[in-house]
Design a protein around this ligand. Structure first.
Ligand code: DC
Length: 229
């Protein structure tokens, strides 16, 4: 089974996708993390300087043996880890430098093709995958597609709360501008922009709790796939 969860940034895709994977015994994969790992790779190699990307050098150097997903074959439901040259880079890919450079990296067609082929290899294992183009480009044949949206101000406030909870400073106006900017880049790039697949079910979770989302999921699984949660 393949469940595709796409949507705008900070709509809670990963929280929801992890819960679904847990409940259904599927592997959870965060496709944005792979774009982040490619960005980290480019930064480490010096292929991004002051936001200018040396695309020729990156393309020449980007090979499947450098960025990989590792998961426990005996227990595939364990969290899959993103590795760069064998090293787990989960925490490094969340750093600000990576966040600030990942959107332009994700617009490059050769990067998207590289990431897509890595992700498609996991389809046969049964996955819940979140991202921006999973239901439209990576797995157009997915069994269930969910498209997540939420009011931009509410998404910005969620990010402010997350940062403050970690003891970091957060300015609402700056974060709100960043949310709008990411929405624009994600939905206006040339190759596989963020858009709702025709057969996706839309979930607006602006005023919905995680528990309520799970109830909603139960209805959708029953109606679409005849599965009881
Ligand atoms: O979800 P995230 O913020 O970790 O994603 C990081 C970046 O990768 C973001 O700019 C959107 C991009 N991305 C994408 O273009 N396609 C995907 N399937 C997933 C993420």
């Amino acid at each position: 089974m393949i469940i595709a969860i796409d949507g705008y940034s900070s709509t809670g895709k990963s929280t929801f996708a992890k819960l679904i994977a847990d409940r259904l015994g599927l592997i959870y994969l965060d496709s944005g993390a792979i774009y982040r790992a490619v960005t980290l790779f480019a930064l480490q190699r010096g292929y991004i300087v002051d936001k200018v990307i040396d695309t020729g050098a990156l393309e020449a150097d980007l090979a499947a043996d450098k960025v990989e997903i590792s998961y426990n074959r005996d227990n595939p439901q364990d969290k899959a880890e993103i590795c760069l040259n064998g090293e787990n880079v989960e925490s490094q890919i969340r750093l600000l430098d990576v966040s600030n450079n990942v959107s332009p990296i994700a617009t490059l067609p050769f990067v998207r093709n590289f990431v897509d082929s890595l992700l498609r290899g996991y389809g046969p294992l049964g996955v819940v995958m979140d991202g921006r183009d999973i239901g439209t480009a990576v797995f157009p044949e997915a069994d269930l597609k969910i498209f997540m949206v939420a009011d931009a101000k509410i998404r910005a406030q969620r990010r402010v709360d997350q940062l403050r909870a970690k003891g970091e400073e957060a300015d609402f106006d700056e974060i709100y501008r960043n949310v709008l900017e990411r929405d624009y880049i994600d939905s206006h790039r040339e190759m596989n922009p963020l858009r709702q697949a025709e057969d996706a079910v839309v979930l607006d979770n602006s005023y919905v709790s995680v528990d309520q989302q799970m109830i909603w999921l139960g209805w959708v699984l029953k109606a679409k796939l005849n599965i009881e949660l």
